[in-house]
Design a binder for this molecule. Structure first.
Ligand code: GAL
Length: 415
């Protein structure tokens, strides 16, 4: 009897301990699977570990996060949402509207997030005035990454205008290099498109066309020029571009096979992870013509509804760790992004991040900051995906530029 009781008690105790340990863990769904991304994520894992918060990893590969969002939907439908989910822009708002997200108001108030998180990020991190997610970073996608040795070898300086950029790509191609390293996936074509829209018409045109969906902008000569520039870029990618992951395209620039890549500043994470030094081994500059404006996106960790007090506590601790200034520095140095707080000293960052921070401040002060359509900060998922389809179909030769203008206007339900 006694042994049975002791045994039972011991099992119950062990179960309780296991539950308690589990409750202070976080299960995190994310799509940070490249070398640079994984290195950045480790900074977060280690930070949480030092606070005795365990990490259950739920990676779903695929830049842009489309596959991760599909997995998330399945998990929530099955009644088993992860604790925290990497999420972008309108997706956060959509989940909040479904009532699926928790509330971070207490920790946000205690730590004064209202005062340090820039307003354009708060617009996505709050729903009905309540904090629902913690912004880790600010990325932008109108960047070009260049191999400096390759440019030196072919005698080309950093291009500042569109024409100089085209001439540089022509020189690279003539020298037997791949001019533009590109991964043929719809979201990557959309990243390039973001930058080209800015380069043709600046932030006002971007806003009118892609955010406000004005027919006058969507069906303008400028949009025709955007698609023509996309065709020019298409002529400088190698024949194996189709389906290639973005980080493999970055590797082609890193190892000198290719001269340029147009990609968000997560690409810098790959260069850094490969031991490359900005300014010496590689150059970072805005898509020529888009200097002064910026398509931004912020990775945030949205916290899903959880029942137990322990699980809520783990979420609050994770959110607090994400917002800590020391973490913002350590993480973003590795990730390639810039901090999601306005009170971080720029001088601790490399020259690309310093430029990113200066560009952000300038664009924000001069109306040049726009939410990235490629990354869910321009439109909710349905319109974003409709735009993806047009841009990628055009890039793959299904329509000419004039037809693409019409198709995009229809896809975005222009007004
Ligand atoms: C973006 C995300 C970035 C990034 C990229 C490639 O959607 O915001 O953090 O790493 O995908 O995976």
């Amino acid at each position: 009897m006694k042994t049975k009781f002791v045994k039972k008690f011991a099992i119950a105790g062990a179960l309780m301990a296991a539950t308690a340990a589990h409750a202070t863990d976080v299960e995190v769904l994310h799509w940070w699977t490249s070398g640079g991304e994984a290195a950045a994520l480790n900074v977060l894992k280690e930070d949480l570990q030092s606070q005795s918060i365990g990490w259950t990893d739920m990676p779903v590969a695929g830049g842009g996060g489309e596959a991760a969002m599909t997995t998330l939907r399945a998990r929530v439908t099955a009644g088993n949402p992860p604790t925290a989910v990497q999420m972008l822009g309108y997706d956060i708002q959509d989940w909040a509207a479904e009532g699926a997200l928790g509330n971070l108001n207490d920790i946000a108030a205690a730590e004064g997030w209202n005062d340090v998180v820039p307003a354009p990020l708060q617009n996505f991190a709050k729903y009905d005035g309540n904090w629902i997610s913690a912004p880790v970073n600010i990325h932008s996608d109108n960047w070009v990454w260049a191999n400096k040795a390759v440019l030196d070898e072919i005698g080309v300086a950093q291009p500042h205008t569109w024409d100089e950029f085209v001439a540089a790509m022509a020189a690279a191609k003539a020298a037997g290099k791949i001019a533009l390293a590109h991964g043929g996936q719809a979201w990557q074509e959309m990243v390039v498109f973001d930058g080209i829209v800015l380069s043709v018409g600046g932030a006002d045109f971007y806003r009118e066309a892609l955010i406000e969906r004005k027919r006058s902008a969507l069906e303008s000569d400028r949009m025709l020029e955007v698609f023509k520039r996309m065709e020019t870029l298409r002529s400088y990618v190698d024949e194996n571009f189709s389906g290639r992951d973005w980080n493999l395209a970055s590797s082609m620039v890193i190892n000198g096979e290719a001269a340029f890549q147009i990609m968000g500043d997560w690409a810098k994470g790959e260069f850094i992870n490969a031991g490359k030094v900005p300014g010496e081994d590689f150059l970072c500059f805005r898509v020529p013509g888009s200097e002064g404006s910026m398509t931004f996106l912020a990775d945030q960790f949205a916290m899903f509804n959880v029942d137990s007090a322990e699980a809520k506590d783990a979420q609050a601790k994770m959110a607090s760790a994400i917002m800590a200034p020391s973490f913002q520095i350590a993480f973003n140095q590795v990730k390639g992004s810039v901090p999601s707080r306005t009170d971080i000293d720029r001088s601790v960052f490399d020259i690309c991040a310093q430029k990113g921070m200066a560009d952000l401040a300038y664009a924000n002060a001069t109306g040049g900051l726009v939410g990235s359509l490629a990354h869910g900060h321009g439109q909710p998922a349905a319109l974003k995906n409709a735009a993806y389809d047009v841009v990628t179909a055009h890039f793959n030769g299904e329509f000419d530029a004039a037809a693409a203008v019409e198709e995009l206007s229809a896809a975005l339900e222009s007004m």
